[in-house]
Design a protein around this ligand. Structure first.
Ligand code: HEM
Length: 414
């Protein structure tokens, strides 16, 4: 690899996007801000540059306007509108300060340390219930039986669904994340997705009304009732949009981190043994999992003016792929960045949850979900191994995330 040139490697190659780390190392050496030949996007890969982009919201906007709008985006909107739902509006992740600050104040009042701590016994119960479901079989399909269900159940129940409805919730989440803005989706797919999203919107509108009248001890009640003194309450359009972002932002990311943590334990049984012997190592282990194979490898920003980063001029309107994943493998920040080190000293500096005004509001929740999961996994499962080889490439194709396929494991019950 070391004699290769970045230009000879394509990020659109499913093998490269599934295992992009050698490519990142090439970019760090040869082209820290790299314009993708296929799409024209500017890929930012160095830790210091990524941090700078995330903090400078005046130059690098989250209100990204794609020139090649998906052909059926308007159709999607009209199905929502005509079906009695709510069209998409730009909130939160797609806004810049000062508009962004209003949404953030609300969320920061909801996802507090105290609230997340209070959820620990409940998380333990969910984790142990799921493990109970397969522990006597000595095997499971980990992706569906645990990694998807754990965060799925937590967020679905916090948003007003019952535990048995996690499959419905997953269907909604897939539709919301899905194809509505994809340039390659067919009209039928768009119609089906918009109908599913409409079903979710109508359900949530009822929950919003119910929790406004009768607040419960859940996130959705906190969100509806958490206006600051100076803030306009969110409109139904805004609430629906924030809800969509909580589902999009919090579900597949946590699922991916749980999958990658499990895969790390399988690749490094000595790490599993250490965690089993000393549960205080679970916390740094989880952080290293997030650094090493970050669930969000990239997200977009758009330059508001001509700006130079590391000698590369990004013209006004240029689209950036901001590399959380590659920043976390930058050897100038992390010694031996490609090595997994469960006791890495500066692991807390990783950017898997971003940095600056959009820093992930769900990070406390996600971290606690991961810690509770791995605490019980190592306590109850030993000699964890693959029951079937993983497919090649290991990940489903994505330029932005690292989603795993089905993942069959075997283990000894402890
Ligand atoms: C391991 C799990 C997670 C990872 C790796 C992750 C990663 C990220 C990253 C990198 C950002 C920054 C986006 C940007 O700079 O534009 C972000 C934002 C966000 N995340 Fe997370 N996240 C995770 C879990 C969650 C959870 C559990 C929730 C909620 C239940 C959540 C909700 C959000 C929301 C709403 C935003 C947008 C915030 C804003 O724009 O101000 N995330 N997340």
């Amino acid at each position: 690899m070391s004699h290769q040139h970045a230009k000879d490697v394509s990020m659109l190659d499913p093998q490269v996007s599934s295992d992009p780390f050698d490519f990142y190392a090439l970019l760090h050496q040869q082209s820290p801000v790299y314009q993708l030949p296929e799409t024209g996007h500017y890929v930012v890969t160095k830790y210091a540059d990524v941090r700078r982009v995330l903090k400078d919201h005046a130059s690098f906007s989250n209100n990204v306007k794609l020139a090649d709008r998906a052909p059926f985006a308007d159709l999607h909107q009209s199905i929502l509108r005509d079906g009695g739902g709510w069209e998409h509006v730009q909130t939160l992740q797609r806004t810049d300060p000062p508009q962004h600050s209003r949404y953030r104040r609300l969320l920061d009042r909801v996802f507090t340390n105290t609230r997340v701590r209070e959820m620990i016994p409940y998380m333990d119960e969910v984790v142990n219930d799921l493990i109970d479901g397969f522990i006597d079989n000595g095997r499971c399909e980990f992706n569906d039986d645990f990694a998807m269900r754990m965060p799925g159940i937590i967020i679905a129940e916090q948003l007003g669904l019952q535990r048995g409805e996690v499959a419905t919730f997953k269907r909604w989440a897939d539709a919301m994340l899905g194809v509505s803005y994809s340039p390659i989706a067919s009209e039928d797919e768009i119609r089906a997705n918009a109908q599913t999203e409409l079903e979710a919107q109508i359900f949530f509108a009822e929950v919003f009304a119910d929790r406004k009248a009768r607040p419960q001890d859940d996130l959705i009640s906190a969100m509806i009732n958490a206006y600051g003194d100076d803030d306009e309450p969110l409109s139904m359009h805004e609430l629906q949009n924030v809800m969509r972002q909580l589902i999009n932002g919090g579900f597949e990311t946590t699922q991916s981190a749980i999958n990658h943590g499990m895969w790390a334990l399988i690749r490094m049984p000595e790490v599993a043994a250490k965690l089993r012997a000393d549960s205080s190592l679970i916390k740094p282990f989880v952080e290293e999992v997030l650094r090493w194979e970050s669930p969000v490898q990239f997200l977009m920003r758009q330059a508001t003016k001509d700006v130079e980063i590391a000698g590369t001029l990004i013209p006004a309107g240029g689209l950036l792929m901001v590399g959380f994943g590659p920043a976390n493998r930058d050897e100038e920040k992390f010694g031996c960045p490609h090595q997994f080190d469960a006791e890495r000293k500066n692991v807390g500096a990783h950017m898997a949850f971003g940095s600056g005004p959009h820093f992930c509001p769900g990070s406390l929740l996600a971290r606690q979900e991961l810690r509770r999961s791995f605490r019980h996994i190592v306590a109850r499962m030993d000699n964890i191994r693959l029951a079937q080889p993983l497919p090649t490439p290991v990940h489903r194709f994505s330029l932005f995330f690292l989603p795993m396929h089905d993942f069959h494991i075997a283990f000894d019950k402890r």
